[in-house]
Design a protein around this ligand. Sequence first.
Ligand SMILES: C[S@@+](CC[C@H](N)C(=O)[O-])C[C@H]1O[C@@H](n2cnc3c(N)ncnc32)[C@H](O)[C@@H]1O
Length: 259
Amino acid sequence: MLAGGAGLLERAAGDLRRALSEENDQPDAAGGPDAIVGAARRSGGAGQKYLRHWLPSDQRSARLAIYNSDDELRFEESGRRDAARIFPYLSPRSTVLDFGCGSGRVARYVAPRCAQLWAVDVSPRMLQLTRERLRETANLRFARCYDVAIPDVPSASVDVVYSFLVLQHLEREDAFLALRELRRVLRVDGIAILTFPNLLADIYLEGFVHYALSGEVTNQARARVYTPQEVERVLPAAGLSVVDVEAANEIVATCRPVR
Ligand SMILES: C[S@@+](CC[C@H](N)C(=O)[O-])C[C@H]1O[C@@H](n2cnc3c(N)ncnc32)[C@H](O)[C@@H]1O
């Protein structure tokens, strides 16, 4: 199981994200979120659709929103474990992109094994927390995602893209557009490792039923579930040819650009 994503955890993390976004609707309090977050929050409009749910005030609050646990050791351990999935595709010359990096849970362990790692997130606050947490890591570059676009990352410049526990938080159509964007930045011989929550797993079916019964359909940050067949169908439509699909609680898809 991938860390942090499954059913009950996701549900509790969803509750916390909703609480965070409600908190973020309040006017700035003295000593509250800093200027970058305030500006992002106030700007609204294009590129901000997913932002308001992902503005944690500190590392602890980020851990809770991402992993639903305050336990720092478990958070680090999960990052190490998920990073190990990426290791086989890395070389010291690789350029890597972590899409929806959060506070750098996985990036912390991937960055030392590659030449350069793009930390990409819709939330400037998450990017800031990654910068803080990984301040010893010299090969990071940071880029904002605006809904589904990453304008700062050049086309065909990335060897390895990975994205854990992110695409599920986008509307399906937006996830599709984000996949096309990830295809754009990948080199022709690049590889992408992506996760989706598996509707066929009991725990995510249970989460889906919970969302339905509790009126969570208006919660922008809720998890959208997929079947493995849907993933296999959607990826090629987005220009990514499927190399492997592993389906447990999470669906982990490995894919390459369609030539
Ligand atoms: C559950 S967290 C996962 C964080 C990280 N991938 C990990 O596994 O630790 C989801 C992350 O996706 C980011 N996110 C949400 N919508 C996004 C979008 N449209 N584009 C890029 N990142 C997005 C959030 O800001 C948050 O950092």
